[in-house]
Design a protein around this ligand. Structure first.
Ligand code: GLU
Length: 431
Protein backbone atom coordinates (compact mmCIF):
# COMPACT_ATOMS: atom_id res chain seq x y z
CA UNK A 1 0.00 0.00 0.00
CA UNK A 2 1.43 3.35 -0.98
CA UNK A 3 1.05 6.43 1.18
CA UNK A 4 1.70 9.35 -1.13
CA UNK A 5 -1.06 11.88 -1.50
CA UNK A 6 -2.00 11.40 -5.12
CA UNK A 7 -2.24 7.65 -4.68
CA UNK A 8 -4.43 7.95 -1.60
CA UNK A 9 -7.10 10.13 -3.06
CA UNK A 10 -7.70 8.74 -6.48
CA UNK A 11 -11.01 6.98 -6.07
CA UNK A 12 -14.53 8.28 -6.32
CA UNK A 13 -15.28 9.65 -2.85
CA UNK A 14 -18.92 8.81 -3.22
CA UNK A 15 -20.91 5.67 -3.74
CA UNK A 16 -23.17 7.05 -6.47
CA UNK A 17 -21.27 7.63 -9.71
CA UNK A 18 -22.86 9.68 -12.47
CA UNK A 19 -24.83 7.85 -15.08
CA UNK A 20 -23.28 9.81 -17.92
CA UNK A 21 -19.71 9.41 -19.10
CA UNK A 22 -17.04 12.11 -19.22
CA UNK A 23 -17.34 11.99 -23.00
CA UNK A 24 -21.11 12.68 -22.82
CA UNK A 25 -20.44 15.56 -20.43
CA UNK A 26 -17.82 17.37 -22.54
CA UNK A 27 -19.75 16.75 -25.75
CA UNK A 28 -22.91 18.21 -24.31
CA UNK A 29 -21.15 21.53 -23.63
CA UNK A 30 -19.24 21.31 -26.94
CA UNK A 31 -22.55 20.93 -28.85
CA UNK A 32 -24.12 23.94 -27.15
CA UNK A 33 -21.03 26.07 -27.86
CA UNK A 34 -20.66 25.03 -31.52
CA UNK A 35 -24.36 25.59 -32.20
CA UNK A 36 -24.16 29.05 -30.69
CA UNK A 37 -21.03 29.75 -32.77
CA UNK A 38 -22.89 28.45 -35.84
CA UNK A 39 -19.86 26.37 -36.64
CA UNK A 40 -20.20 24.38 -39.87
CA UNK A 41 -20.99 20.74 -39.11
CA UNK A 42 -17.92 19.40 -40.92
CA UNK A 43 -15.67 21.79 -38.99
CA UNK A 44 -17.34 20.82 -35.71
CA UNK A 45 -16.63 17.18 -36.60
CA UNK A 46 -12.93 17.98 -37.03
CA UNK A 47 -12.91 19.90 -33.74
CA UNK A 48 -14.61 17.06 -31.90
CA UNK A 49 -12.47 14.18 -33.10
CA UNK A 50 -9.02 13.19 -31.83
CA UNK A 51 -5.91 13.48 -33.98
CA UNK A 52 -4.51 10.23 -32.59
CA UNK A 53 -5.62 7.63 -30.04
CA UNK A 54 -3.06 5.12 -28.84
CA UNK A 55 -3.89 2.08 -26.73
CA UNK A 56 -1.05 -0.11 -25.52
CA UNK A 57 -0.50 -3.10 -23.28
CA UNK A 58 1.48 -2.37 -20.11
CA UNK A 59 2.80 -5.70 -18.84
CA UNK A 60 4.47 -5.55 -15.41
CA UNK A 61 5.80 -8.24 -13.05
CA UNK A 62 4.26 -7.63 -9.63
CA UNK A 63 5.35 -8.88 -6.23
CA UNK A 64 2.95 -11.85 -6.46
CA UNK A 65 5.38 -13.24 -9.04
CA UNK A 66 2.91 -12.89 -11.92
CA UNK A 67 2.92 -10.64 -14.96
CA UNK A 68 -0.10 -8.30 -14.90
CA UNK A 69 -1.19 -6.68 -18.14
CA UNK A 70 -2.63 -3.20 -17.68
CA UNK A 71 -4.04 -1.04 -20.51
CA UNK A 72 -2.40 2.28 -21.28
CA UNK A 73 -3.85 5.13 -23.33
CA UNK A 74 -2.61 8.38 -24.86
CA UNK A 75 -5.05 10.52 -26.79
CA UNK A 76 -3.83 13.55 -28.72
CA UNK A 77 -6.94 15.55 -29.34
CA UNK A 78 -5.91 18.67 -31.23
CA UNK A 79 -2.50 20.18 -31.97
CA UNK A 80 -3.44 23.23 -34.05
CA UNK A 81 -2.24 25.69 -31.37
CA UNK A 82 0.94 23.88 -30.34
CA UNK A 83 2.34 20.60 -28.98
CA UNK A 84 -0.17 18.22 -27.37
CA UNK A 85 -0.28 18.74 -23.61
CA UNK A 86 -2.02 16.98 -20.75
CA UNK A 87 -1.66 14.72 -17.76
CA UNK A 88 -1.37 10.99 -17.26
CA UNK A 89 -3.82 9.39 -14.88
CA UNK A 90 -3.35 6.14 -12.95
CA UNK A 91 -6.79 4.91 -11.94
CA UNK A 92 -8.44 1.47 -12.10
CA UNK A 93 -11.39 2.76 -14.14
CA UNK A 94 -9.45 4.66 -16.80
CA UNK A 95 -10.64 3.78 -20.30
CA UNK A 96 -10.38 5.22 -23.79
CA UNK A 97 -13.70 7.05 -23.54
CA UNK A 98 -12.60 8.93 -20.42
CA UNK A 99 -9.12 9.75 -21.74
CA UNK A 100 -10.59 11.00 -25.03
CA UNK A 101 -12.98 13.31 -23.17
CA UNK A 102 -10.24 14.66 -20.91
CA UNK A 103 -7.94 15.21 -23.91
CA UNK A 104 -10.64 17.31 -25.58
CA UNK A 105 -11.05 19.31 -22.39
CA UNK A 106 -7.30 20.06 -22.42
CA UNK A 107 -7.62 21.51 -25.95
CA UNK A 108 -10.21 24.07 -24.79
CA UNK A 109 -8.34 24.69 -21.51
CA UNK A 110 -5.02 25.64 -23.10
CA UNK A 111 -6.87 27.77 -25.67
CA UNK A 112 -9.06 29.61 -23.19
CA UNK A 113 -6.07 30.73 -21.10
CA UNK A 114 -4.05 31.43 -24.25
CA UNK A 115 -1.00 29.20 -23.77
CA UNK A 116 0.59 27.73 -26.93
CA UNK A 117 -0.42 24.09 -26.60
CA UNK A 118 -2.92 21.63 -27.97
CA UNK A 119 -4.74 19.09 -25.83
CA UNK A 120 -3.94 15.49 -24.83
CA UNK A 121 -4.47 13.06 -21.98
CA UNK A 122 -3.15 9.66 -20.97
CA UNK A 123 -3.89 6.97 -18.47
CA UNK A 124 -3.22 3.47 -17.22
CA UNK A 125 -5.99 1.39 -15.64
CA UNK A 126 -3.96 0.60 -12.54
CA UNK A 127 -4.90 1.21 -8.92
CA UNK A 128 -1.94 3.01 -7.29
CA UNK A 129 -3.36 2.34 -3.84
CA UNK A 130 -2.71 -1.36 -4.35
CA UNK A 131 0.87 -1.21 -5.66
CA UNK A 132 4.29 -0.75 -4.03
CA UNK A 133 6.45 2.16 -5.21
CA UNK A 134 8.73 -0.23 -7.10
CA UNK A 135 5.73 -1.68 -8.92
CA UNK A 136 4.42 1.78 -9.80
CA UNK A 137 7.84 2.64 -11.15
CA UNK A 138 7.70 -0.46 -13.35
CA UNK A 139 4.24 0.57 -14.64
CA UNK A 140 5.44 4.09 -15.46
CA UNK A 141 8.55 2.84 -17.29
CA UNK A 142 6.67 0.15 -19.20
CA UNK A 143 4.03 2.70 -20.27
CA UNK A 144 6.67 5.18 -21.43
CA UNK A 145 8.41 2.46 -23.47
CA UNK A 146 5.14 1.87 -25.31
CA UNK A 147 4.16 5.49 -26.02
CA UNK A 148 7.52 7.27 -26.42
CA UNK A 149 7.23 7.23 -30.20
CA UNK A 150 4.32 9.66 -30.17
CA UNK A 151 5.83 11.95 -27.51
CA UNK A 152 8.56 14.61 -27.61
CA UNK A 153 9.21 18.08 -26.19
CA UNK A 154 7.86 19.63 -29.42
CA UNK A 155 5.20 16.95 -29.99
CA UNK A 156 3.43 15.87 -26.81
CA UNK A 157 4.37 16.63 -23.19
CA UNK A 158 2.72 14.65 -20.35
CA UNK A 159 2.24 15.85 -16.76
CA UNK A 160 0.72 14.56 -13.50
CA UNK A 161 -2.98 13.95 -13.07
CA UNK A 162 -5.12 11.83 -10.72
CA UNK A 163 -2.99 9.05 -9.16
CA UNK A 164 0.35 10.33 -10.50
CA UNK A 165 2.76 12.92 -9.12
CA UNK A 166 6.26 14.41 -9.43
CA UNK A 167 7.84 11.02 -8.71
CA UNK A 168 5.92 9.41 -11.57
CA UNK A 169 7.15 12.20 -13.88
CA UNK A 170 10.76 11.55 -12.78
CA UNK A 171 10.46 7.89 -13.81
CA UNK A 172 8.85 8.85 -17.13
CA UNK A 173 11.57 11.41 -17.87
CA UNK A 174 14.31 8.97 -16.96
CA UNK A 175 12.87 6.23 -19.15
CA UNK A 176 12.51 8.62 -22.10
CA UNK A 177 16.09 9.79 -21.49
CA UNK A 178 17.44 6.24 -21.86
CA UNK A 179 16.19 6.24 -25.44
CA UNK A 180 16.63 9.87 -26.44
CA UNK A 181 19.21 11.40 -24.08
CA UNK A 182 18.45 13.69 -21.13
CA UNK A 183 15.29 15.64 -22.07
CA UNK A 184 13.74 17.46 -19.11
CA UNK A 185 11.14 19.19 -21.34
CA UNK A 186 9.55 15.81 -22.19
CA UNK A 187 7.32 15.97 -19.08
CA UNK A 188 6.26 18.71 -16.67
CA UNK A 189 5.39 18.49 -12.99
CA UNK A 190 8.81 16.98 -12.25
CA UNK A 191 10.55 17.15 -8.86
CA UNK A 192 12.50 20.36 -8.25
CA UNK A 193 15.71 18.27 -8.17
CA UNK A 194 15.10 17.33 -11.83
CA UNK A 195 14.38 20.78 -13.28
CA UNK A 196 10.78 20.82 -12.08
CA UNK A 197 9.39 24.31 -11.58
CA UNK A 198 8.97 26.17 -8.33
CA UNK A 199 5.26 26.50 -7.64
CA UNK A 200 4.16 23.64 -9.93
CA UNK A 201 2.95 21.34 -7.16
CA UNK A 202 0.59 23.96 -5.73
CA UNK A 203 -0.26 25.53 -9.11
CA UNK A 204 -3.70 24.04 -9.79
CA UNK A 205 -4.92 24.86 -6.26
CA UNK A 206 -3.38 28.34 -6.44
CA UNK A 207 -5.04 28.97 -9.81
CA UNK A 208 -8.42 27.97 -8.32
CA UNK A 209 -7.89 30.59 -5.61
CA UNK A 210 -6.91 33.30 -8.14
CA UNK A 211 -10.14 32.60 -10.01
CA UNK A 212 -12.06 32.85 -6.74
CA UNK A 213 -10.47 36.25 -6.06
CA UNK A 214 -12.01 37.53 -9.29
CA UNK A 215 -15.40 35.94 -8.55
CA UNK A 216 -15.37 37.36 -5.02
CA UNK A 217 -14.84 40.82 -6.52
CA UNK A 218 -17.76 40.31 -8.89
CA UNK A 219 -20.12 38.93 -6.25
CA UNK A 220 -18.92 41.25 -3.52
CA UNK A 221 -17.70 38.46 -1.22
CA UNK A 222 -14.77 38.71 1.14
CA UNK A 223 -12.32 35.95 2.13
CA UNK A 224 -12.53 36.96 5.79
CA UNK A 225 -16.06 35.74 6.26
CA UNK A 226 -16.04 33.06 3.56
CA UNK A 227 -16.70 29.36 4.29
CA UNK A 228 -15.78 26.56 1.91
CA UNK A 229 -16.06 22.78 1.50
CA UNK A 230 -13.70 20.55 -0.46
CA UNK A 231 -14.50 17.27 -2.19
CA UNK A 232 -11.21 15.37 -2.58
CA UNK A 233 -8.05 16.18 -0.63
CA UNK A 234 -5.42 15.25 -3.20
CA UNK A 235 -3.05 17.67 -4.90
CA UNK A 236 -5.70 20.15 -6.08
CA UNK A 237 -7.99 20.04 -3.04
CA UNK A 238 -5.32 20.17 -0.37
CA UNK A 239 -3.43 23.07 -1.98
CA UNK A 240 -6.58 25.06 -2.72
CA UNK A 241 -7.64 24.52 0.91
CA UNK A 242 -4.28 25.57 2.36
CA UNK A 243 -4.00 28.70 0.22
CA UNK A 244 -7.61 29.75 0.86
CA UNK A 245 -7.20 29.14 4.60
CA UNK A 246 -4.07 31.32 4.61
CA UNK A 247 -6.11 34.08 2.97
CA UNK A 248 -8.66 33.99 5.79
CA UNK A 249 -11.42 31.69 4.48
CA UNK A 250 -12.76 28.91 6.72
CA UNK A 251 -12.72 25.25 5.64
CA UNK A 252 -15.88 23.70 7.10
CA UNK A 253 -16.08 20.26 5.44
CA UNK A 254 -13.83 17.79 3.63
CA UNK A 255 -14.74 14.63 1.77
CA UNK A 256 -12.32 11.91 0.66
CA UNK A 257 -12.66 8.34 -0.49
CA UNK A 258 -12.03 7.26 3.11
CA UNK A 259 -14.74 9.41 4.71
CA UNK A 260 -16.07 12.92 5.29
CA UNK A 261 -15.66 15.38 8.16
CA UNK A 262 -17.23 18.66 9.18
CA UNK A 263 -16.49 21.37 11.71
CA UNK A 264 -18.35 24.66 12.04
CA UNK A 265 -15.39 26.06 13.97
CA UNK A 266 -13.15 25.31 10.95
CA UNK A 267 -10.68 22.62 9.88
CA UNK A 268 -7.00 23.55 9.59
CA UNK A 269 -5.98 22.14 6.17
CA UNK A 270 -2.25 22.28 6.99
CA UNK A 271 -2.87 20.11 10.04
CA UNK A 272 -5.19 17.81 8.05
CA UNK A 273 -2.55 17.35 5.36
CA UNK A 274 0.04 16.36 7.96
CA UNK A 275 -2.44 14.09 9.74
CA UNK A 276 -3.41 12.23 6.55
CA UNK A 277 -0.10 12.02 4.74
CA UNK A 278 2.70 12.17 7.34
CA UNK A 279 0.96 10.50 10.24
CA UNK A 280 -1.19 8.27 8.00
CA UNK A 281 -4.26 9.03 10.12
CA UNK A 282 -7.80 8.04 9.21
CA UNK A 283 -9.75 11.15 8.20
CA UNK A 284 -12.71 10.22 10.37
CA UNK A 285 -10.41 10.40 13.45
CA UNK A 286 -9.29 13.97 12.71
CA UNK A 287 -9.48 15.93 15.99
CA UNK A 288 -12.15 18.58 16.61
CA UNK A 289 -14.34 17.55 13.71
CA UNK A 290 -17.30 15.23 13.31
CA UNK A 291 -17.55 12.43 10.80
CA UNK A 292 -20.48 12.87 8.38
CA UNK A 293 -22.20 10.89 5.65
CA UNK A 294 -21.55 11.78 1.99
CA UNK A 295 -25.02 13.31 1.75
CA UNK A 296 -24.43 15.47 4.84
CA UNK A 297 -21.10 16.53 3.40
CA UNK A 298 -22.71 17.57 0.10
CA UNK A 299 -25.41 19.51 1.94
CA UNK A 300 -22.89 21.56 3.97
CA UNK A 301 -23.94 25.17 4.18
CA UNK A 302 -20.98 27.09 2.68
CA UNK A 303 -20.16 29.98 0.39
CA UNK A 304 -17.88 27.99 -1.90
CA UNK A 305 -17.95 24.30 -2.82
CA UNK A 306 -14.85 22.93 -4.55
CA UNK A 307 -15.13 19.56 -6.31
CA UNK A 308 -11.52 18.38 -6.57
CA UNK A 309 -11.95 14.65 -7.14
CA UNK A 310 -13.10 12.77 -10.24
CA UNK A 311 -15.45 13.52 -13.14
CA UNK A 312 -19.22 13.25 -12.78
CA UNK A 313 -19.25 13.62 -8.98
CA UNK A 314 -22.01 16.23 -9.00
CA UNK A 315 -24.95 14.72 -10.83
CA UNK A 316 -28.73 14.82 -11.10
CA UNK A 317 -29.22 12.70 -7.96
CA UNK A 318 -27.16 14.86 -5.62
CA UNK A 319 -26.84 18.37 -7.13
CA UNK A 320 -29.92 19.53 -5.28
CA UNK A 321 -28.20 18.82 -1.95
CA UNK A 322 -25.53 21.46 -2.56
CA UNK A 323 -25.93 24.55 -0.46
CA UNK A 324 -23.34 27.00 -1.80
CA UNK A 325 -23.11 30.26 -3.69
CA UNK A 326 -20.13 29.38 -5.87
CA UNK A 327 -19.03 26.05 -7.38
CA UNK A 328 -15.32 26.12 -8.27
CA UNK A 329 -14.46 23.18 -10.51
CA UNK A 330 -10.99 22.10 -9.35
CA UNK A 331 -11.56 18.66 -10.91
CA UNK A 332 -12.06 17.95 -14.61
CA UNK A 333 -15.73 17.55 -15.67
CA UNK A 334 -17.07 17.15 -12.11
CA UNK A 335 -20.55 18.43 -13.02
CA UNK A 336 -22.94 16.57 -15.31
CA UNK A 337 -25.17 18.66 -17.61
CA UNK A 338 -28.28 17.91 -15.52
CA UNK A 339 -26.48 18.92 -12.32
CA UNK A 340 -25.23 22.03 -14.07
CA UNK A 341 -28.76 23.13 -14.86
CA UNK A 342 -30.07 22.25 -11.37
CA UNK A 343 -27.34 24.41 -9.82
CA UNK A 344 -27.75 27.24 -12.32
CA UNK A 345 -31.49 27.31 -11.58
CA UNK A 346 -30.62 27.64 -7.90
CA UNK A 347 -28.50 30.67 -8.78
CA UNK A 348 -25.11 29.03 -8.07
CA UNK A 349 -22.17 30.69 -9.86
CA UNK A 350 -20.27 27.87 -11.63
CA UNK A 351 -16.59 28.47 -12.45
CA UNK A 352 -15.92 25.87 -15.17
CA UNK A 353 -13.04 23.38 -15.09
CA UNK A 354 -11.44 24.60 -18.34
CA UNK A 355 -10.74 27.92 -16.67
CA UNK A 356 -10.81 27.19 -12.97
CA UNK A 357 -8.24 24.35 -12.88
CA UNK A 358 -5.99 25.69 -15.65
CA UNK A 359 -3.32 26.76 -13.12
CA UNK A 360 -1.64 23.35 -13.38
CA UNK A 361 -1.13 23.44 -17.12
CA UNK A 362 -0.19 27.14 -17.02
CA UNK A 363 2.70 26.42 -14.66
CA UNK A 364 3.51 23.31 -16.72
CA UNK A 365 3.99 25.75 -19.58
CA UNK A 366 6.39 27.80 -17.42
CA UNK A 367 8.26 24.63 -16.48
CA UNK A 368 8.62 23.66 -20.14
CA UNK A 369 9.84 27.17 -21.07
CA UNK A 370 12.41 27.01 -18.24
CA UNK A 371 13.53 23.52 -19.33
CA UNK A 372 13.97 24.56 -22.97
CA UNK A 373 16.24 27.39 -21.79
CA UNK A 374 17.76 25.50 -18.81
CA UNK A 375 16.98 28.65 -16.87
CA UNK A 376 15.26 28.59 -13.46
CA UNK A 377 12.67 31.10 -12.20
CA UNK A 378 11.90 31.76 -8.52
CA UNK A 379 8.50 31.05 -7.03
CA UNK A 380 7.39 34.68 -6.88
CA UNK A 381 7.93 34.98 -10.64
CA UNK A 382 6.00 31.76 -11.31
CA UNK A 383 3.06 32.75 -9.09
CA UNK A 384 2.96 36.30 -10.46
CA UNK A 385 2.83 35.10 -14.05
CA UNK A 386 0.24 32.45 -13.18
CA UNK A 387 -1.97 35.08 -11.58
CA UNK A 388 -1.70 37.32 -14.62
CA UNK A 389 -2.57 34.58 -17.14
CA UNK A 390 -5.44 32.92 -15.26
CA UNK A 391 -7.03 36.25 -14.31
CA UNK A 392 -6.79 37.43 -17.90
CA UNK A 393 -8.60 34.21 -18.91
CA UNK A 394 -11.25 34.88 -16.27
CA UNK A 395 -11.82 38.44 -17.45
CA UNK A 396 -12.11 37.41 -21.10
CA UNK A 397 -14.68 34.77 -20.18
CA UNK A 398 -16.56 37.17 -17.87
CA UNK A 399 -16.68 39.81 -20.62
CA UNK A 400 -18.20 37.32 -23.05
CA UNK A 401 -20.75 36.24 -20.41
CA UNK A 402 -21.79 39.85 -19.98
CA UNK A 403 -21.86 40.69 -23.70
CA UNK A 404 -23.84 37.62 -24.70
CA UNK A 405 -25.74 36.81 -21.50
CA UNK A 406 -24.43 33.24 -21.31
CA UNK A 407 -22.98 31.15 -18.45
CA UNK A 408 -19.19 31.08 -17.91
CA UNK A 409 -18.84 27.48 -19.07
CA UNK A 410 -20.37 28.13 -22.46
CA UNK A 411 -18.40 31.37 -22.82
CA UNK A 412 -15.17 29.48 -21.99
CA UNK A 413 -15.91 26.68 -24.46
CA UNK A 414 -16.77 29.19 -27.17
CA UNK A 415 -13.57 31.18 -26.62
CA UNK A 416 -11.50 27.99 -26.65
CA UNK A 417 -13.16 26.54 -29.73
CA UNK A 418 -12.93 29.84 -31.65
CA UNK A 419 -9.18 30.04 -30.99
CA UNK A 420 -8.58 26.47 -32.16
CA UNK A 421 -10.71 27.05 -35.28
CA UNK A 422 -8.72 30.19 -36.07
CA UNK A 423 -5.38 28.37 -35.66
CA UNK A 424 -6.64 25.53 -37.87
CA UNK A 425 -7.78 27.98 -40.57
CA UNK A 426 -4.51 29.89 -40.52
CA UNK A 427 -2.58 26.65 -40.89
CA UNK A 428 -4.79 25.78 -43.86
CA UNK A 429 -6.35 22.70 -42.23
CA UNK A 430 -9.88 23.98 -42.78
CA UNK A 431 -11.31 26.42 -45.26
N1 GLU B 1 -3.51 17.18 -15.36
C1 GLU B 1 -3.60 18.60 -15.29
C2 GLU B 1 -4.86 19.08 -15.98
O1 GLU B 1 -5.81 18.36 -16.12
C3 GLU B 1 -2.34 19.29 -15.77
C4 GLU B 1 -1.96 19.02 -17.18
C5 GLU B 1 -0.59 19.57 -17.57
O2 GLU B 1 0.04 20.21 -16.76
O3 GLU B 1 -0.19 19.29 -18.71
O4 GLU B 1 -4.98 20.23 -16.35
Amino acid sequence: MTTDRSARTTETPQDQPAEVSNWDIVNHYFDIATERLELREDIAAVMRSSYREVQVQVPVSLSDGKIHVFSGFRVQHNGARGPYKGGIRFHPEVDLDEVRALAMLMTWKTAVVGIPYGGAKGGVNVNPRELEQSELQAVARSFMDKIEKVLGPTRDIPAPDVGTNAQTMAWLMDEYGKLHGHTPAIVTGKPIALEGSQGREAATGRGVVYVLEEIADELDMSFDDMTFAIQGFGNVGSWAARILHDKGAKLVAVDTVDGSIRSDAGIDPHRLDEFLFSEEGDITDFPDSESTSKAEFLATDCDVFIPAALGGMIHEHNADLLNCRVLLEGANSPTTPKADSILSDKGVYIAPDVLCNAGGVIVSYFEWVQNLQHFLWDEAEVNGRLEKIIKRGFREVAQKCEDEDIPPRIAAYELGIERVVEASRTRGYIA
